[in-house]
Every structure is written in structure tokens, then in C-alpha cells.
Design a protein. Structure first.
Length: 309
């Protein structure tokens, strides 16, 4: 199967009320782990890379690894730019073969966000590529995203409708209470499902995206800290809330922090229990296996995308 856009994935997800996992990639092991999970669960999957991940891994390496991933599986795979900071980055990814890009204009005012999003949409659609945009600001820090809690804001449903109509974007990332990074909530986790419901009423045919939606799996945090880590008080979005979001109309749920925690937890464990270890294969193999386990759980038990390929 060749790389696909997210268009058919999202149409099916909205019709059957499940979400597609969008998992961030940085290297070969992470990509292999995600694709292995997708094959085992027979789930469509979105592999996504931020601009900083692209700088790290280099776009040509990512695309060649993707070729191998596509060759050895028959599940739908889309390659997506996560949080494209500007038109130039989106253009570079489109030209390199990405099937989906996100332009993140949420840092701009409403009109400027519309203008830059429309520019990306026009360029992408001419080349058969779909575009995700963002309205509202999520708090948190992750890669190139850094938004203080005081600057975060929920997405306005009326603005969301106008934004989609004026830009022609294919999907919309909204702010309903999630945040980037490992420290999403100081108190009890809460998502504004009332806002999601109003947005879906106004945009029934537009796929909705949740960013900053890692669970921050407690067992992984505990393992990291047990073997020398220092991640106190990390808290994410509970699985139950993410499942409810998928049933209520969210089509794409982003996961990055949980993959980082899975990899780091297993590597720390190997080093602590085997201080003589220095062969990368000895610690990257269990790290890859743990990521596969985490992704399978998301697809099967949280997003409901298993057996949907």
C-alpha cells in the first residue's frame, strides 16, 4: 500500500465514531514500533513529525524509512507535519512527499491565522495534500510549542465555523483543555466536552483534532523515576476521557509524550539493571517493544481504531 492522505481515514472515523492515533516519530525505532502496532491491530495510523524532529532526523531519512514501512504493511499510513510553524516549512514537507501538513497559526490573531492557513491550503490542495489548522491555544511546552497557562484559550465554536469556511482547511485542531508536554493538569483532569459538542454541531463534516492528548501513563513515569529519572507530578489526559472524545466526534488524537516516556523508561531500566550494557541494540530493542505495547493499547482500548484498516 502507498502512503495515503487522512481524508478517507477521517471520513470513516466520523461515520463509525472512533479516532485515529497520530504518533510522533523521531527515529527508526519509534517508527518501527508504531507501524508494528498498527499491523498487529489492523489499524490505520498517522505518523507525524514536528519541524524539530525533521531537523533531527532529516527529511530524506524519514521519507526513506517510510518507504520501508509502507512496503511491509497493508494498513493505511499517512505522513503528517505536526505544528508547521510557517508556510516555508509546510511547503518543504509537501514537496518532500508528506501527504498531510499542519499549519499552526494559533499564535497569531484570528485574521492573520486565516491568511497564513489559506496560503498553505491553496498550495497543498493543488498538490493533493490535506491541511490541518489550529484555532485556540493549548498550554504547555513540547518541541517548538511553548504557551503559558495564562495565554491558553478555548476554541470559540462560532469562530471555528467561520475559520473553516474561510480557509478551506481539511481538519481543525481545537483547544478544549488538553495541553502539551508531561504536566497537563495541576488538579483534576477536565476536558470541555460542551465546547466539542458545539463545534461538532456547527462543523458536522469537519474532522476535529486533539493535540496534547498523551495519558502520561503513570507506570511509565514511575519506572523513569525508579531508575534515576526526575519527573515529579506529571499528569496527563485519562484514557476514559480520550475514549469519550473519540466517541463524541474527535477524529485524530495526537500522542508524543507517552512514546517518549516509554522509550526513556525502558532505556533507564536496562542501564540500571545492566550497567555493563553499551550495545544500542540491547537497550533500543526493549524500548521499541514498549512503544509498540503503548501504541497497541491506544488503538485497541482508547481510540477504537483496531480492525478499521
Amino acid at each position: 500500500m502507498s502512503l495515503v492522505t487522512t481524508k478517507e481515514m477521517f471520513e470513516k472515523s466520523m461515520k463509525e465514531h472512533f479516532a485515529i492515533g497520530a504518533f510522533n516519530i523521531n527515529n527508526m525505532e519509534i517508527m518501527q514500533a508504531i507501524v508494528d502496532a498498527a499491523k498487529e491491530e489492523k489499524s490505520p495510523v498517522i505518523l507525524q513529525a514536528s519541524s524539530s524532529a525533521i531537523k533531527y532526523a532529516r527529511v530524506n531519512y524519514l521519507m526513506k524509512m517510510l518507504e520501508a514501512a509502507v512496503e511491509e504493511t497493508d494498513v493505511p499510513i499517512a505522513i503528517h507535519l505536526d505544528h508547521g510553524p510557517d508556510f516555508e516549512t509546510c511547503k518543504m514537507c509537501i514537496d518532500a512527499g508528506f501527504t498531510s501538513v499542519m499549519i499552526d497559526g494559533s499564535k497569531y490573531d484570528f485574521e492573520e491565522n486565516i491568511a497564513i492557513t489559506k496560503k498553505v491550503v491553496d498550495y497543498a490542495h493543488e498538490r493533493g495534500v490535506v491541511v490541518e489548522a489550529e484555532l485556540g491555544k493549548l498550554a504547555g511546552i513540547e518541541d517548538d510549542v511553548n504557551v503559558s497557562e495564562s495565554d491558553a484559550m478555548y476554541t470559540d465554536p462560532d469562530q471555528a465555523k467561520e475559520f473553516v469556511e474561510r480557509t478551506g482547511c481539511d481538519s481543525l485542531a481545537i483547544a478544549i483543555g488538553t495541553s502539551h508536554g508531561a504536566y497537563k493538569f495541576k488538579g483534576e483532569a477536565k476536558l470541555r466536552f460542551d465546547i466539542l459538542e458545539k463545534i461538532k454541531e456547527k462543523l458536522p463534516n469537519t474532522p476535529i483534532v486533539l493535540h496534547g492528548a498523551s495519558t502520561v501513563i503513570p507506570e511509565l513515569v514511575e519506572t523513569c523515576n525508579k531508575y534515576g529519572g526526575n519527573i515529579p507530578g506529571a499528569k496527563g489526559v485519562p484514557d476514559e476521557m480520550l475514549h469519550e472524545a473519540s466517541v463524541r466526534g474527535v477524529s485524530k488524537i495526537n500522542v508524543d509524550t507517552d512514546l517518549r516516556l516509554a522509550m526513556t523508561a525502558e532505556i533507564r531500566k536496562v542501564f540500571a539493571e545492566n550497567p555493563e550494557a553499551f550495545d544500542p541494540r540491547k537497550y533500543l530493542t526493549p524500548a521499541r517493544d514498549k512503544i509498540t505495547e503503548v501504541v497497541r493499547h491506544k488503538m485497541r482500548d482508547v481510540f477504537g481504531s483496531n480492525n478499521k484498516a
